[in-house]
Design a binder for this molecule. Sequence first.
Ligand SMILES: O=C(O)CCC(=O)C(=O)O
Ligand SMILES: [Fe+2]
Length: 540
Amino acid sequence: MKFGVYVPCLVVACVATLAFGELFSSMAHLETALYAERDIAVAIKDYIHEEEKRLDKLRKIANDFSEHSSKALASDKNLLANPINAYLYMKRFTLDWDKEVAPNFQSDPDSDVHKKIEELKGYLPTYQDLKGAVTALLRLQDTYKLDTNHLAQGRIRSMMANSMSANDCFEIGKLAYQSEDFYHTAMWMQASLEKEEEEKNKTVPRSLVLDYLSYASLMQGDVERALLLTNELLTILPHHTRSQNNRKYYEKLLEEQRRKQHRRGEDGEEPEAKEETNQFTERPLDDYRKSEEFQTYESLCRGEDTHNYKLKHKLKCRYVNKNNPRLLLKPAKEEEVYLNPWIVVYHDVVSDKEIETIKKIATPKLDRATVHNPRTGKLETAEYRVSKSAWLKDSDDPVIHNVNNRISDITGLSMESAEELQIANYGLGGQYEPHFDFARKEETSAFRDLGSGNRIATWLTYMTDVDAGGATVFTSIGVKLFPIKGAAAFWYNLYRNGDGIFDTRHAACPVLVGQKWVSNKWIHERGQEFRRPCSINMDE
Ligand SMILES: O=C(O)CCC(=O)C(=O)O
Ligand SMILES: [Fe+2]
């Protein structure tokens, strides 16, 4: 019995011990588990917090995209017609997208949202476009002498675009740096530094900008500045090895320069000219761009007077009807802009409705960006959007037919040997450097295939006003024509004996803001034998 009692007791005790022991350890586990549970809650909350931040970012980006697009689509002004906005827009879908948008998508690549975005991204600007936009912006900055800080504030003349961040300026500088253009690198890195100073939420590390700027300064021959900037960089990143080495190198260079100066002084020579150390601070120009003609072209584009001709009192405006019944009903409004060579502008020669029709027909035919290179005489694929063009036949639409007839009525010239109407669309920075429209004697092959002789005259219709830039300028006489929608310029390219009139050399200035549509009608010699009207000029 005892045994009987004992045994179960023992068993109970054992069981009890076991049970208590287990209970004890489970309690301990439980406590750990409770802590774990608490920590899991924290982790989930952290995760939610991070996800919310991610979603907040995405929400902000989506709101920003829809706000920008609806504003741009609702506005009758094309916001992207401003080169600053165009750059920021290209940057948004390239650099900013890769850095700020893409990392915020975590869903699986087969998800609907991914597929949709991938599909739509095909319509968005690419890195190639970004590079093009920066090239255009820098070219415009040079031609129109635009101040970097004004541009960074979003200002072009009196027009306002979006303001740039330090990062926006930095990326322009970086693209310039990648094409070894240290002149623009230095300008834009400097602008970036100034922006960075003002920024509450920094968009670029100051040390990074200093790094580029000091190198660009060195490449421009300004060692002193390179050292100064490197010293500042080292106050931010004291252990930056490359900069430590640069510092030593710059100090050595400066020391050598000083010694050289000193020696020169002792030898009684003039101290070294400042240009020698600052030899790269000028805008880098090839030989053609250094030429007087190119300088005149750019001055005229900026609206400056280069030739100071005083013809104003001699120039006339008149109604022209040429005894043509159609013109008797609606005479042409002729405004003289130059007498020798004779250049006139006819106002209101095409209506807004006709222009819309012409643009619509031309748009799907617009060719790649090509430019007639005046130095090689060839049509070349050129830098970003110089101009795109399309040729329209009379048979394409009654409007084309009517427009050609009107040109014939007003000029009194036959269209039988004229080229098809050429429609050109210039985008931002779009230009056409100084050239003649006629073929020179040495260009024997030009127009030979046409069998219609040389281009006797040019008719150039402006199909848009251009917000800024985009003038047609005559570089050897200093005439500038700013596009007026619906007006057309007309001039003869050849004297009566068929020789070219060299003073008709002209160019299309880069479009600064807006876009420019023109249509060209080149009228040839054949068929004009009895039509070319008496000239005002005896020497024609
Ligand atoms: O677009 C202009 O202003 C001039 C165009 C031109 O000269 C040309 O196409 O030959
Ligand atoms: Fe031309």
